[in-house]
Design a protein around this ligand. Structure first.
Ligand code: NAI
Ligand SMILES: C[N+](C)(C)CC(=O)CC(=O)[O-]
Length: 496
C-alpha cells in the first residue's frame, strides 16, 4: 500500500483544518501555511475535536500523532511534502495564484490536491508548469470523520496522478471515488446544490421553516442516505419488482410540478434575514463548537452502527472503518510488545463512545464485553495469533465469560484494560481482565474468560503450536508470581 510520508496544507480553515487533523491522526507530519493571524488557534481547536472524536470512534491503535509545523511561507510548507492539499477560499484567481506558487516550490513528484467544491481542475491548472500532478480532492466536512474524497482530473492531469491519489487515501481511512469526467461541482455538490435550491424556495415561499425542513431530512431520508444512498434505497422502494417498478410508478411524477429547483431563488436581504433568524432559533443558543461536538458524536455513532451492518460484516462507510481498523491493528497491534511482564498487561486504551451509552446514561453491558473481547484480541496478537494466523485456519475462541460491573463508565470517559494470565495449557487459555477509569484509576469492571485454541476449519479444539505456547507460557510464568486478582474464580450467586 502506498502512503503519504509528509503532507503540506495550504489554508487551515474549516476544510484545511479538517485535512490537517486527518493527516496528523494517521501519523503523517504536516506543514501548514495560512496567513490568518489566529490560524494556529483555529487549527488547534479542530484537532482537539478530531482527537475527541477518534477516541470514541475506534479502539484500534492509532499511530503516534504526526508532527504539526506552522510555516511562515508557502514555499517552506510545501518543501519536502509528497501530498500538498490546497484549501484556500473558493475564488478561481486566488486558487490559480496559490497553485502556481505551490507548483514552483514543490518536489517534482509531489501530488497536488485542491479542496475546491466546484471549480474545474482544467481551470485551476491553467498556469502551472507541471499541471499533470494537479487534481481535485474534494472532501466533506468534517474531513477527519467523513471518509469520501472526490478525485477529479483536468485536461492535463495524468492518469498516474489520479491512480497515485486514489492509492494514498485508503491508508488514511478515506475512500476516493474517481469522477470520470470533470464537471462543475462534481457529483456531491451537484446533488447538494439541487437540494439546497429547492430548500431555499420552500423557505422563501413560507412552506416551512428551516427547522421543519431539517426535521424532514433527519427523521426520514437522511437516515436512509447514510447507509444506502439514493438508487439502492429506491430499488427497495420498488418492492419485489425493484427499480423498474419504481421508475414506472414514480417516473411520471418528474413531469409534474414537484420542483422549482431550475429557478434560482433571489437571496435578497429579506430572505437572508429570514433564514438567519430561523437558524438562530433552531440552534437554541448552542454555539458552533457545541454543534460540532454534537455532530461529531452523532457521526461516530452512525459510523459505528454501520461497522456492525450486514450481520457484522460492515456496510458502506462502516465497512471502510472496519477495514481501516484492521489495518491499524495489523500495523500497531504489536505496540504492547514493550510490555512489562511483571505487571498485568495494559492492552486497550479507549473512550466511551456515544453509541455505547444506554438509557441509564452509562456504558451499556455488552460494550464491556466488547472492550474485554478487544483485550483478549490484543493479547492474542501479542502471542502471535494475528489475522494471518486466523486466516491460516487456527484461532482461539472464547468459551466462557464472567463479567462483574463495579463502577460506571460515562460518555467520553477515558478507560483502559489490563490482562492477567491465570493459567494456560495446550488448548486452554484462562485470563482475567480489568477495566479502569484512566483518570481516577477506579476499577470499573472485571472479566474472567476461558479461551480454547481451535482448528477453525475442523471446528474443534486443537493444541496450540509451540511458537504460540512458548510466548504465552513465558508471560504466564511471570504472572504466576503476582497475587491472585480480587474476584478471580467468583461465580454468580447470592451470599445467604
Ligand atoms: N466549508 C465547507 O463545507 C467545504 C469547503 N470546501 C472547499 O475548501 C476550500 C476552503 O474552504 P473553507 O475551509 O470552508 O474556507 P475557510 O474560509 O474556512 O478557510 C480558508 C482559509 O484559507 C486561508 N487563506 C486565505 N488565503 C490564503 C493563502 N493565500 N494562502 C494560504 N491560506 C490562505 C484563510 O486564512 C482561511 O484560514 C474551498 O475551496 C471550499 O470550496 C470543500 C468541502 C466543504
Ligand atoms: C457548501 N459546500 C459547497 C462548501 C459543501 C461542500 O463542498 C461539501 C460538504 O461538506 O458539504
Amino acid at each position: 500500500m502506498t502512503g503519504i510520508s509528509k503532507a503540506a496544507c495550504i489554508g487551515g480553515g474549516v476544510i484545511g483544518g479538517g485535512w490537517i487533523a486527518r493527516f496528523l491522526l494517521a501519523g503523517i507530519d504536516v506543514d501548514v501555511f495560512d496567513p490568518h493571524p489566529e490560524a494556529d488557534r483555529i487549527v488547534g481547536e479542530v484537532i482537539a475535536n478530531a482527537e475527541k472524536a477518534y477516541a470514541m470512534l475506534t479502539g484500534a491503535p492509532l499511530p503516534p500523532r504526526g508532527r504539526l509545523t506552522f510555516c511562515k511561507t508557502l514555499e517552506e510548507a510545501v518543501a519536502g511534502a509528497d501530498w500538498i492539499q490546497e484549501s484556500v477560499p473558493e475564488r478561481l484567481d486566488l486558487k490559480r495564484g496559490v497553485l502556481t506558487q505551490i507548483d514552483a516550490a514543490a518536489r517534482p513528484d509531489a501530488l497536488i490536491g485542491s479542496s475546491t467544491s466546484g471549480l474545474l481542475p482544467t481551470d485551476l491548472q491553467r498556469d502551472m508548469k507541471h499541471p499533470e500532478r494537479l487534481f481535485v480532492a474534494h472532501p466533506y466536512n468534517p474531513v477527519y470523520l467523513l471518509p469520501l474524497v472526490e478525485i477529479v482530473g483536468g485536461e492535463k492531469t495524468s492518469a498516474a496522478t489520479i491512480q497515485a491519489a486514489m492509492d494514498r487515501l485508503q491508508p488514511i481511512g478515506m475512500k476516493g471515488v474517481h469522477i470520470a469526467k470533470e464537471i462543475e461541482a462534481f457529483v456531491g455538490d451537484r446533488l447538494l446544490e439541487a437540494l439546497w435550491r429547492e430548500a431555499l424556495w420552500l423557505i422563501h415561499d413560507d412552506i416551512c421553516t428551516v427547522e421543519t425542513l431539517d426535521d424532514v431530512i433527519r427523521y426520514s431520508f437522511g437516515l436512509r442516505w447514510a447507509q444506502m444512498g439514493l438508487f439502492q434505497t429506491y430499488r427497495i422502494a420498488g418492492g419485489e419488482a425493484g427499480m423498474r417498478h419504481f421508475l414506472a410508478q414514480f417516473g411520471p411524477c418528474l413531469a409534474w410540478p414537484w420542483t422549482k429547483l431550475t429557478d434560482v431563488v433571489d437571496l435578497d436581504e429579506a430572505l437572508i434575514e429570514k433564514i438567519g433568524r430561523q437558524s438562530d432559533e433552531q440552534a437554541g443558543g448552542l454555539s458552533i463548537r457545541e454543534l460540532e461536538r454534537i455532530r461529531d458524536e452523532n457521526l461516530v455513532g452512525i459510523l459505528q452502527s454501520l461497522k456492525g451492518g450486514d450481520s457484522g460484516k460492515g456496510w458502506g462507510a462502516g465497512k471502510l472503518l472496519k477495514d481501516f481498523e484492521q489495518s491499524l491493528w495489523a500495523k500497531g497491534g504489536g505496540a504492547a510488545a514493550s510490555f512489562d511482564p511483571a505487571k498485568s498487561l495494559r492492552l486497550v486504551e479507549t473512550k466511551v463512545s456515544p453509541a455505547w451509552v444506554d438509557y441509564n446514561g452509562h456504558m451499556t453491558e455488552h460494550r464491556y464485553l466488547q472492550v474485554f473481547g478487544d483485550t483478549s484480541d490484543a493479547l492474542l496478537r501479542l502471542i502471535g495469533v494475528d489475522l494471518a494466523y486466523v486466516e491460516a485456519g487456527q484461532s482461539y475462541y472464547t468459551v466462557e465469560s464472567h463479567i462483574r460491573h463495579l463502577g460506571e463508565a460515562k460518555l467520553g470517559q477515558a478507560i483502559h484494560s489490563t490482562c492477567r494470565i491465570l493459567d494456560v495449557d495446550e488448548k486452554r487459555l484462562h485470563v482475567f481482565h480489568t477495566l479502569y477509569d484512566t483518570t481516577t484509576g477506579e476499577v470499573l469492571a472485571t472479566a474472567e474468560q476461558m479461551l480454547l485454541h481451535v482448528d477453525s476449519k475442523a471446528g474443534k479444539a486443537a493444541p496450540a503450536p509451540a511458537a504460540v505456547l512458548d510466548k504465552v507460557k513465558a508471560i504466564a510464568a511471570v504472572h504466576a508470581e503476582l497475587a491472585l486478582p480480587e474476584g478471580a474464580g467468583r461465580h454468580v450467586g447470592q451470599r445467604r
